[in-house]
Design a protein around this ligand. Structure first.
Ligand code: GP0
Length: 826
């Protein structure tokens, strides 16, 4: 039996739900039961997919008691809930995490063996739910993992996209996107609750009326609506019996909507209406950091937010709950601006539906929200045209106008006559068209605003929202991001985990600062040898995966130099490419002998937004360079480049534990935090990086000697920009840079086709918006330092161990503690 044995609660008149015993026999019995009665097949006739589904449902049985019990406790305790509102959750595979949380890995292995089944094949059968783009969505998944592990009441609210982030393939070295039909083989981890459907209105107009107390009020007369169907997912804590809930909403046409058209006798139109409604949760927008302002995206945002608020207020709180006390029971954390329409939605519920006065409603609302900003890029800050917002959500636009008007009046009292300031703080922008700045609305409507790393929070205060941070100094705070050590160390790197546990016990899994106890072992030669052997074994595991998955063959003994993240110019994959080409050029031009180079394997993983032209050209060029270098006998076994397609959480779990070197080379001031950087450090890779995002904190913690720093600082970037940045001056004055660019531009990697590389090269030479050329020499010098340390195996391994030992701060458990203390008061 799993889960704590709780006293019988009133809600459980029928007695506790019990899991099968944690024995191989019971596990086998439960599995065969699921196969026969759940899946409807005999073991002898079952496919791998049948077996996978039955195994998933078996593991689910072990979580169920804890889930139901957690639900009862949450309702009875009246503790404040964290309502995490996020348009993205990049969960990764569920089976392995569920086995880990329940400590059933060994039992399941043995049980499957007894059934004559290879469990590895079943694990491989699962398509990960890719309901997010990258860092932001993965952060949400790490946060809900930590909250469950810390037994904090949390409901994760989001969208059940039918198609997640696209599957990336390469054709002729170019990215081709394929729909991600992650639900096509069955989805054993979700529980649909159609009976808990919520209606969501759109469109129409507003009208004013006088209520029975003679007050002038406004109401919304919408003209269409859809249904939201919740799908519940379990979020298991790590071996603590807690199972929180992720509630993802799927859109469905309302019957009324259908019938109206049906009665007109137009069957085809009725089916079209269905499709129209269901489009809302059809697909995840694949733009990371650069929203497109599409109407459907605003529909998605309002859809899930309206469902979630309704769900919490009507279905989760006790009947007749006094909403004046709402802030005692919920804090909605806004994961970026995507869910910010929740602020006027709560105002609408309180004022229009529950009859609150504006002022009282506003006081409640502001206490119920907190906002996390994840970027500094101006193009990533969402702005909706007032025309679109008013057409889709006329009452919300009205509410936003009033929020703005009252806020600006307040500012005017503090700064009389300072119209410049007032205009700069307005939620409504007038140029180039009237529009709503969602980050401003979020800031005004929240009790706290945070950035995601120290540097980022500082720049957020100073550059993005300076007037607001002066106005409300206390409102602004920082919470440095973190990652879950369960998935990204314990699960992904079993070998390292066993080694650590062997030395310092297993407490580190839920108390990551304990990794400090490893520090003395950095000077222990036996431990270093074991640590290095783990890294080597992880590389071999990765090579097998890449061989099977992509047909990529890699040399056994080379430094593994990895850059995995979304493809974005500010992240500077092109700078990495310049380093590779420069090293290659040094060898083929005879300036360096191949035997003198440190053998390196470069690995890229990156998806580009389908409409992001420069990013796609960069992918093409990386693939072209890879093909050329890998085929060139002159650099055989010295330089290799691998770019496996479709980088995702599943591949990350294999790649990160194998890496020696972690590339975190964004232009200073552009990467809000990064979270991949933390995963690498915790898995014993050394970082080569700029002074950006959480790199700054990683370097402070692991020490300058264990981090390869290069590049301009943020103020230096600003200064260079102010002086007038001229990329060609670097090209002219730096011989190695010139040789590198000339080789890239000359068609060497594109079968003589100079035009094929021209866009990336010309962009670097003429615009170079992220100053890759300015940081090129510093980057090469830092790479030389990397080579020097790598040659000294003991020194390298020592540094790698210290990276692990000193990175405990980057647990998302710590991030959650910081949110609880600084933001949630829970
Ligand atoms: C930031 F604005 N991030 C955005 C966005 O639209 N999508 C996204 O993934 C990322 C940041 O780029 C980050 O620096 C950060 O760590 C992450 O959000 C979580 O805060 C990249 O990892």
């Amino acid at each position: 039996r799993i889960g704590p044995t709780m006293p019988m609660s009133s809600e459980r008149a029928s007695g506790p739900v019990e899991a099968p015993d944690k024995t191989v026999e019971e596990f086998v019995a439960a599995f065969l039961n699921e196969l026969n009665f759940g899946q409807g097949v005999l073991l002898s006739r079952s496919t791998i997919n049948d077996q996978y589904l039955a195994l998933a449902r078996t593991v689910r049985q072990y979580l169920m008691a804890g889930w139901l019990e957690t639900g009862v406790q949450r309702r009875e305790s009246g503790r404040k809930t964290i309502g995490y509102l996020s348009a993205e959750y990049l969960l990764g595979r569920q089976l392995s995490n569920a086995l880990l949380a329940t400590d059933l890995q060994d039992i399941a292995d043995e049980a499957m063996k007894q059934c004559g089944i290879d469990i590895a094949a079943l694990r491989a059968q699962e398509i990960e739910p890719g309901l997010g783009n990258g860092g932001l969505g993965r952060l949400a998944a790490c946060f809900v993992d930590s909250l469950a592990t810390m037994d904090v009441p949390c409901i994760g609210y989001g969208i059940r996209y039918e198609y997640g982030i696209f599957r990336q393939t390469f054709e002729d070295n170019r990215q081709v996107e394929v729909p991600d039909s992650w639900l096509s083989l069955g989805s054993p981890w979700e529980f649909p609750h159609p009976e808990r459907q919520v209606r969501v209105d759109f469109g129409g107009r507003t009208e004013t009326y006088t209520d029975d107390q003679g007050r002038e009020r406004s109401r919304w007369i919408p003209d269409w609506n859809v249904l939201g169907i919740p799908y519940h997912h379990m979020v298991p804590g790590f071996r603590n019996g807690t199972v929180n809930t992720l509630r993802l909403w799927s859109a469905k046409a309302t019957q009324a909507f259908d019938l109206q058209i049906f009665n007109s006798g137009d069957y085809a139109a009725a089916v079209r209406a269905q499709t129209f409604a269901e489009n809302i949760s059809k697909v995840l927008y694949p733009e990371d950091s650069t929203p497109q302002g599409k109407e459907l995206r605003l529909q998605q945002q309002y859809f899930f937010v309206a469902c979630s608020l309704h769900d919490f207020i009507q279905n989760t709180l006790p009947q007749d709950f006094d909403l004046r006390r709402l802030p005692e029971r919920i804090i909605f954390q806004l994961n970026d601006t995507h869910p910010v329409i929740a602020i006027p939605e709560l105002m609408r519920i309180l004022v229009d539906r529950k009859g609150f006065d504006w002022d009282e409603a506003w006081d409640i609302t502001r206490q119920c929200f907190a906002y996390t900003c994840h970027t500094l890029l101006p193009e990533a800050l969402e702005v909706w045209s007032a025309e679109l917002l008013g057409r889709l959500l006329p009452r919300h636009l009205e509410i936003i106008y009033r929020i703005n008007k009252e806020f600006l009046e307040e500012v005017r009292e503090t700064f009389p006559g300072d119209e410049m300031r007032i205009r700069s703080m307005s939620i409504i922008a007038e140029h180039p068209e009237r529009s709503v700045r969602m980050a401003y609305l979020a800031t005004i409507g929240s009790s706290k605003v945070n950035g995601v790393a120290e540097l980022h929070s500082q720049l957020l205060r100073d550059k993005v929202l300076p007037e607001f941070s002066q106005y409300w100094t206390e409102k602004f705070t920082n919470v440095t991001n973190g990652i879950t050590p369960r998935r990204f160390v314990f699960l992904a790197n079993r070998r390292l985990s066993d080694l650590i546990t062997d030395k310092i016990g297993s407490g580190w899994v839920t108390d990551l600062e304990r990794l400090r106890d490893l520090e003395p072992y950095a000077d222990d030669a036996d431990f270093r040898a074991e640590f290095a052997a783990v890294k080597q074994a992880n590389k071999e595991r990765l090579f097998k995966v890449l061989q099977a998955r992509d047909g990529i063959e890699l040399p056994e003994h080379a430094m593994l130099d990895v850059m995995v993240k979304r493809l974005h110019e500010y992240k500077r994959q092109s700078l990495k490419l310049l380093h590779i080409v420069s090293t290659y050029e040094s060898i083929i031009s005879g300036r360096m002998r191949a035997e003198d180079a440190v053998p390196r394997t470069f690995v890229f993983g990156a998806k580009a937004a389908p409409g992001y032209h420069m990013a796609k050209e960069t992918i093409f060029l990386i693939n072209s360079v890879a093909a050329t270098i890998n085929a060139d006998e002159r650099v055989k076994d010295v330089l290799s480049v691998a770019f496996p397609a479709n980088y995702n959480v599943t591949l990350a779990e294999k790649l990160i534990p194998a890496a020696d070197l972690s590339e975190q080379i964004s232009l200073a001031g552009k990467e809000a935090s990064g979270t991949g950087n933390m995963k690498f450090a915790l898995n014993g890779a050394l970082t080569i990086g700029t002074d950006d995002g959480a790199n700054v904190e990683i370097r402070q913690l692991v020490g300058d000697d264990n981090f390869f720093l290069f590049g301009m600082t943020e103020p230096e970037v600003e200064q260079l920009r102010a002086e007038g940045y001229q990329p060609t001056s670097y090209y002219r004055s730096n011989d190695r840079l010139r040789a590198t660019i000339d080789l890239l531009a000359g068609g060497h990697f594109t079968r003589g086709d100079r035009a094929a590389s021209a866009q990336v090269v010309d962009n670097l030479l003429t615009q170079d918006p992220f100053m890759a050329l300015a940081d090129f020499q510093g980057y090469l010098d830092a790479q030389d330092r990397v080579d020097a340390v790598y040659r000294d195996t003991d020194a390298w391994t020592r540094s790698a161990i210290l990276n692990v030992a000193r990175s405990g701060f980057f647990s998302s458990d710590r991030s959650m503690r910081d949110y609880l203390d600084r933001i949630w008061n829970a």
